[in-house]
Design a binder for this molecule. Sequence first.
Ligand code: LLP
Length: 431
Amino acid sequence: MLHSNLSVNNKGNLCICGADCVELAKEFGTPLYVLDENYIRDRCHEYTESFKRYLPTGSMPLYASKALCIKAIYPILLEEDFGADVVSSGELYTALAAGFPAERVFFHGDNKLPEELDYAISKGVGCIVADNIDELKIIDMLASRHNVRQRVLLRLTPGIDPHTFDAVNTGTLNCQFGVAIESGQAEVFVAEALKCKNIDVLGFHCHIGSQIFSPEPFTMALDIMLDFMVRIRESMGYTASILNLGGGYGIRYTEADPIMDIYGCIEKTGEHLKMLCDRFDYPLPAIFKEPGRSIVADAGLTLYTAGYIKKVSDNTNFIIVDGGMADNPRYVLYASPYTIINVSRCEEKADQVYTIAGRSCETGDLIQENVPLPETRSGDLLAVLSTGAYNYSMSSNYNRFPKPPMIMLKDGRARVVVKKETFEDLIRNDL
Ligand code: LLP
């Protein structure tokens, strides 16, 4: 099976975290987002353990809330010793509403609105990742108004292409996030930040992209960031105490994806950091990382019921499911690959090829093409694997489909963590 929390029981049904997906669909209906809490905790543990082993004291993993921002995730993060990054006051509000301490939150965004910054500072957010000079000035002014010294990291772009797909590639020069090192603008950014009276500059941040499987792009980022930090120390006498390397570790959507070795990657990052710091006689900064996808993606799957099966040509045989781009827009947006399983026919030979379509009024509404499956009938259950990250968080009400519910499994037992939307929810804000 693609992930270690998946199995097939003696009825031949797919199970996640020991729970039979047929039973889950019976109890909660479809479409259904399913999450495995044990698996999430295991992933968190890999980060906290490898951080303890290989990174300098004070280093901390932060969960990138954008991957899946629901109240139920925050108590888990807190128990697992994680911080969190948020990219909007909506994400911050969710974290705080779940009782997550503001001081463990890092606030990101390339255009945080002044009222969002005001909200974050008034709530005592631990650190703001400043995106540009104009924003720094607003943070400085608001911090003075609230009579605090606001801690910030400065977001830089190191100019690295981690060979990932363009839409989620954020480390190169021509991107709207942060300030580029290559263009010389980053030096001005630091100089301006150090002048701000109500700002404490803790260090630097960079995020180079997503779905990265090897340590090299991160060690390259370290080379560039350390070189910059050394130059800044020489020219401005400023030494950073934190270096945040962003998120980006990959997960397996299909068997073709490698297995991510988090321990190995963090070990390489730690070794490389020590080597560079020794070479430049730079005090070891605490390393922060912001994994999102690698915490929740493969802890999740989505269950659908097959509706009509339509063979429209020799090459195209559609299975139209009871969800689609509204609950998972990632194939439409990125042609993202997925593994799809016929839940009650796991052990039958996958000798048919299907296109899995959604039920939105949109020709492009596909979940996946060329999917090998056993002969599938209307009423069969399909599981789309690895949908824990960026599915619910990017879902919409297109065609006024209510969003599906989400359940969380712990030791095989399910609880609802997001209720199914109702028609009443859909018209709540309509006047
Ligand atoms: N930190 C920053 C500053 C980020 O921009 C991101 C993701 C992360 C952390 C988390 O990266 P992760 O560990 O999840 O790869 N919607 C796209 C993904 C966009 C990611 C944007 N930034 C998708 O569905 O694949």
